[in-house]
Design a protein around this ligand. Structure first.
Ligand code: SAM
Ligand code: SF4
Length: 370
């Protein structure tokens, strides 16, 4: 396939030799999707006081990462939790069961870097076999994608979001503190060629870093049926780089796109995507996500589980409900179901209220699950 020439950036067609990862030991025979779980299986909706209902579960699989994006993680990493604190494969199966019995239909695996977890394909397959789960998605930095794409293709994965903030090799090194642009491009190319239905590229927009690359990213949608999503920087890193003038708001991005591209048409996107466009004649779409401006909160349908098994009712919430310990202490699924319902009932009206309630103690978005 042919990449594109746009603006000042010229990308070459990536050459690649398929590297298929070694299949992992499948341990899920021991834990089949629970058909007789004690939580009622009629999919009662989880709702909050504002009438929102929740069907989208985001599970962080780890905190570790093979990149050190400057807005996410310090060079030396964070105080990573030890493995015993993180959810095991079986515990994640259990979480999937509990939530599928409570009406979840969509799951996203994120992190940290989920492709560093060697049980990833088992987790996806398990979710795929679980009654009620209709779509399973993955968010990855793409570094290991070309290596694992064949395995992922066979899991029933519905979509992959690949994070990439620049198309320039040197800038990639600056933002991620690692080399790897060509590997990520190779991963994107293979993902597009694969049978996985939805491929999206997540770009965190930053002033004086990549706001001059918006059109280069849009050009990726010319020949490829993908969605490029420009996302606002959020205040989740311990260095608080978002306070250094790098924030580039959704309104700016939309204005830039509208003034610089004549043939921009409004189209539909997913529930979380505001401002969705297609350049006339292009195969893919462009979306702008006001992740910090937070005018999405009224439509929020998400529940988050951190890598150490804590339930968050909002990306900006400081309060956590410890599902991991409840499972480890043998609390019944129906009691855990009540904990989940109570937590979601207490969800604040929007992320602003959630953020102002309590002291932020997080070092990185990996502790939330991006
Ligand atoms: N490592 C994977 C990746 O980068 O796609 C998954 C985890 S990462 C935390 C998920 C998403 O969160 C990425 O798209 C990343 O760009 C985004 N992210 C991390 N820190 C952020 C921040 N401070 N503001 C906005 N987005 C952020
Ligand atoms: Fe790693 Fe993703 Fe955070 Fe970058 S954004 S450091 S790739 S977890």
């Amino acid at each position: 396939m042919i990449w594109f020439e746009a603006g000042t950036v010229i990308l070459e067609t990536a050459s690649f030799a398929p590297v298929i990862g070694k299949r992992m030991e499948v341990i899920k025979q021991q834990i089949r999707p629970f058909s007789n779980a004690s939580v009622p299986s009629v999919h009662p909706l989880i709702q909050d006081l504002f009438g929102r209902s929740f069907n989208y579960l985001r599970i962080a699989l780890n905190e570790q990462c093979n990149l050190r994006c400057i807005y996410c993680m310090p060079e030396k990493g964070i105080s990573f939790r030890t493995e015993d604190k993180l959810l095991s494969t079986e515990e994640i199966f259990h979480v999937i069961n509990i939530f599928s019995n409570m009406g979840m239909s969509k799951i996203r695996f994120t992190g940290g870097e989920p492709l560093l977890r060697d049980d990833l394909t088992d987790l996806i397959q398990y979710a795929n076999e679980t009654i009620g789960i209709e779509s399973i998605h993955l968010t990855t930095n793409g570094l290991l994608l070309s290596k694992h794409i064949k395995l992922l293709e066979n899991t029933g994965l519905s979509g992959i979001n690949i994070s990439l903030d620049t198309l320039n090799k040197e800038k990639y090194k600056t933002i991620s503190r690692r080399n790897g642009l060509s590997l990520v491009m190779e991963g994107i190319e293979k993902a597009i060629q694969s049978s996985i239905p939805s491929i999206k590229i997540n770009v965190v927009a930053m002033r004086d870093f990549n706001n001059n690359e918006l059109l280069d990213f849009v050009a990726l949608t010319k020949e490829n049926n993908i969605t490029v999503r420009f996302i606002e920087l959020m205040p989740f890193d311990s260095h608080q780089i978002w306070k250094t003038g790098k924030f580039y708001g959704a309104d700016h991005i939309v204005t830039d796109l509208k003034t610089r591209i004549n043939a921009l048409e409004l189209v539909d996107g997913s529930q979380t995507e505001h401002h969705i466009f297609r350049v006339k004649g292009y195969k893919g779409k462009v979306a702008v996500i006001p992740a910090y401006s937070r005018n999405l909160c009224g439509e929020c349908n998400r529940i988050r589980i951190t890598a150490d098994g804590k339930l968050l009712n909002c990306l900006y919430s400081q309060e956590e409900t410890n599902i991991r310990d409840a499972m480890r202490e043998g609390v019944s699924d129906s009691e855990i179901g009540k904990m989940i319902k109570n937590t979601m009932l207490k969800k604040f009206r929007d992320g602003w209220e959630a953020q102002h309630h309590g002291k932020d103690h997080r070092e990185s978005m990996t502790q939330i699950g991006g």
